[in-house]
Design a protein. Structure first.
Length: 173
């Protein structure tokens, strides 16, 4: 009982913060992609983008194991970080990798569409938003940007319909 109590007391230090938890997980099992992914996510959330990318990259180098979804989400997160760092080539690379790994992953299509909107490639953007909505019809973000792409393409009536659908989904936005 004393041994278990001591182990529990020591283990509490690892659970003190998200960082200590995932650093401990990486230390104990450096071949677990989820530990690197979650540590990368933690660093991303606190603004340490470059360190986050290092851990995401490490997670992608490791075999996925039974939890197959980890790599496409890791690729997506890397794409989002690279976009925030204004590295569009790497952002696009990882977003495409994300949809290659999971073709039904709507957020990656939405992000690719937003990048196309920013480059004034409205038809290309519209295609990405349609793919996003095909896989997640409730995506308000994809619906809003679909409306924007249509508006820029001078398809005002259809743009209004898309904005109305988005507004119906979330009247407070």
């Amino acid at each position: 009982l004393l041994s278990y109590g001591h182990s529990t007391f020591i283990r509490n230090f690892a659970w003190k913060t998200d960082e200590t938890l995932w650093l401990d997980a990486v230390e104990k099992n450096p071949y677990l992609p989820r530990a690197h992914h979650n540590l990368g996510k933690y660093y991303d959330e606190i603004g340490l983008k470059r360190i986050a990318l290092e851990h995401y990259r490490k997670a992608l180098q490791l075999p996925e194991g039974p939890n197959r979804h980890s790599h496409y989400i890791t690729s997506y997160n890397m794409g989002v970080i690279y976009k925030s760092l204004r590295d569009d080539n790497n952002a696009r690379k990882y977003l495409f990798e994300s949809v290659e790994l999971e073709p039904r992953f709507s957020p990656a299509y939405t992000s690719l569409g937003i990048m196309s909107i920013e480059e004034e490639q409205n038809e290309n953007a519209l295609n990405y938003f349609i793919l996003a909505l095909t896989h997640d019809i409730s995506s308000q973000k994809a619906r809003n940007y679909t409306g924007l792409a249509l508006l820029r393409m001078k398809q005002n009536e259809e743009a209004i319909r898309q904005f109305e659908k988005a507004l119906k989904a979330n009247p407070y936005d």
